[in-house]
Design a protein around this ligand. Structure first.
Ligand SMILES: Nc1ncnc2c1ncn2[C@@H]1O[C@H](COP(=O)(O)OP(=O)(O)OP(=O)(O)O)[C@@H](O)[C@H]1O
Ligand SMILES: [Mg+2]
Length: 280
C-alpha cells in the first residue's frame, strides 16, 4: 500500500535561481525502508522538510507538485496533523532535545496531542524499550552520550505513534558502533513493528545493508531509485555523482561481477563472492 505519493515535486528557496528540488516523483510503501543519499547540496534535507511540513509551514519558497498522504494533500494538513503520521529525527541531537530529562522528553509529543496520562505512561515505557534506553528514564538529558541522545530523539518521535519515521543524517555525529546501533534500532522498528523508515544518510555501507530501496538525489533530481544491489552496481554513475560506494561492493566491482556472482553488499556476501571466484 502506498503511504506517501510524491508527484512532480519542485521547490525553490526564496531568491535562489536554481530550484532545490526538481520534479521529484516517489511513492513510499507502507512498511518499506528507504535510504536517500546523494552529495552535499543535492536537496535531501529540502525533501525531508517537504515531507514533515517544515515546507511550506516554516520555510517559504516556491512549491510545485503534490505530496499525498493516503490520498490527502500533505500541503493542506497542519504541522500537528502531519506530526501524527511523520515523526522526524535530525542530525544534531542537541538541537532537537528540549526537555531536562529523558522521561519528559518522550512525554512531550503525546502531552501536546492531549493523550491521557495513563496512556502517556505506556507510550514512554514502550518507546524507551524499543530504542533500548529504558534504563535511562530518570537521567537528565544533558548527561547522555551522542548515541543515547539520538536514541532518545527516536523514542520521542515514536511516542507520537507515527507511521513513518523520517531521519535526516541521524548518525552523522556518531562513531561506527553508535551508527550501527541506531540502524539496528531502525531495523527492529521496521521489521517487528511495521514502521515505515525514510532515512537520509551518506553512510552507504549501512544503507546497502539495511535499506530495501535506495534513492540517489543529485542537483535536486532523482538520478537513481532501485534496490541497493542495482544501485551499487552502477559504480561509475555513483562516482560521477559523488556517492560513496560501500567498500565490499567497490572491491567486487573491481574484480568483476556477473550473473553468477551478484554484487555483494555485506562482508558475509563478499566472503561467498570471493569463494565462488576462487573455486573457478
Ligand atoms: N534556507 C535556504 N535558503 C536558500 N537556499 C537554501 C536553503 N537551504 C538550502 N538551500 C540550498 O538548497 C540546495 C539543497 O540543500 P539541502 O540542504 O536540501 O541539501 P542536502 O542534500 O541536504 O545537503 P547536505 O548533504 O549538505 O545536508 C542547496 O543548493 C542549498 O544551498
Ligand atoms: Mg542535508
Amino acid at each position: 500500500m502506498t503511504l506517501l505519493k510524491i508527484e512532480n515535486l519542485t521547490f525553490s528557496y526564496p531568491q535562489s535561481i536554481q530550484p532545490a528540488l526538481k520534479n521529484i516523483n516517489l511513492a513510499i510503501k507502507k512498511g518499506s525502508f528507504t535510504g536517500i543519499t546523494g552529495p552535499t547540496g543535492a536537496g535531501k534535507s529540502t525533501l525531508a522538510y517537504c515531507l514533515n511540513g517544515i515546507i511550506p509551514h516554516f520555510q517559504g519558497g516556491k512549491l510545485g507538485g503534490q505530496i499525498n498522504l493516503r490520498g490527502d494533500s500533505l500541503f493542506t494538513l497542519g504541522t500537528a496533523q502531519i506530526s501524527r503520521v511523520v515523526g522526524s529525527v535530525f542530525q544534531d541531537p542537541d538541537a532537537q532535545i528540549i526537555s531536562a530529562d529523558v522521561e519528559q522528553e518522550v512525554a512531550f509529543g503525546p502531552e501536546n496531542l492531549g493523550v491521557p496520562p495513563e496512556e502517556i505512561e505506556q507510550r514512554i515505557a514502550e518507546a524507551l524499550y524499543l530504542t533500548g534506553i529504558s534504563g535511562l528514564r530518570r537521567r537528565p538529558t544533558t548527561v547522555l552520550s551522542g548515541g543515547q541522545k539520538q536514541r532518545l530523539a527516536i523514542a520521542a518521535a515514536l511516542a507520537v505513534l507515527p507511521e513513518i519515521l523520517l531521519l535526516d543524517e541521524p548518525t552523522s555525529e556518531l562513531d561506527p558502533a553508535g551508527t550501527e546501533e541506531i540502524f539496528q534500532v531502525l531495523k527492529k522498528l521496521n521489521r517487528e513493528h511495521g514502521i515505515t523508515i525514510i532515512i537520509i544518510e551518506q553512510k552507504t555501507e549501512q544503507l546497502a545493508t539495511h535499506a530495501d530501496r535506495i534513492v540517489v538525489l543529485n542537483e535536486g533530481a532523482v538520478v537513481m531509485d532501485d534496490h541497493p544491489r542495482q544501485v551499487f552496481s552502477k559504480q561509475q554513475t555513483l562516482e560521477a555523482v559523488g556517492v560513496r560506494i560501500p567498500q565490499v561492493a567497490g572491491l567486487a566491482g573491481m574484480i568483476g561481477v556477473n550473473d553468477r556472482t551478484p554484487l555483494p553488499l555485506t562482508v558475509e556476501q563478499a566472503h561467498r563472492f570471493i569463494e565462488r571466484i576462487l573455486r573457478r
